[in-house]
Design a binder for this molecule. Structure first.
Ligand SMILES: [Zn+2]
Length: 125
């Protein structure tokens, strides 16, 4: 028998083999949507918002994992590239011995940061 003050949603018991026998939600109705009463859990507006939020979280997790895999895959190549271009910066730092030249100061700073990153990536620091 349908209880008019309870949520109209049909729920299915959580059983190991699943269940095909649904029953009316046991919670009291708190909202009415299109003439039907729902509890706070089955309110279609909240259900839709919850699904959108979960989809957003799943998408964010997927993007993070993709990003991690890309960096993991490309990391060695990026490291090798940095090591290849580092001598150019060394040269600049030696040649550009004008300590007041802001371009040289930037290059020396970049070179030192690159060296530190390479050492970190190789587990040397
Ligand atoms: Zn309900």
């Amino acid at each position: 028998m349908i209880n008019r003050n309870r949520c109209c949603e049909t729920v299915y018991p959580q059983e190991p083999m699943g269940s095909f026998h649904g029953y009316q939600c046991s919670k009291n109705a708190t909202v009415e949507r299109d003439g039907k009463k729902y509890c706070g859990i089955h309110d279609p507006v909240k259900v839709k918002a919850r699904r959108a939020k979960n989809a957003g979280i799943a998408e964010a997790k997927y993007q993070l994992e993709s990003s991690k895999r890309r960096i993991e895959y490309l990391g060695p190549a990026l490291l090798a590239m940095l090591e290849r271009i580092l001598p150019d910066w060394e040269h600049c730092a030696i040649e550009g011995d004008d300590e007041n030249d802001p371009v040289c100061q930037d290059r020396i700073k970049l070179r030192d940061e690159a060296k530190a990153l390479i050492a970190k990536a190789k587990g040397e620091k």
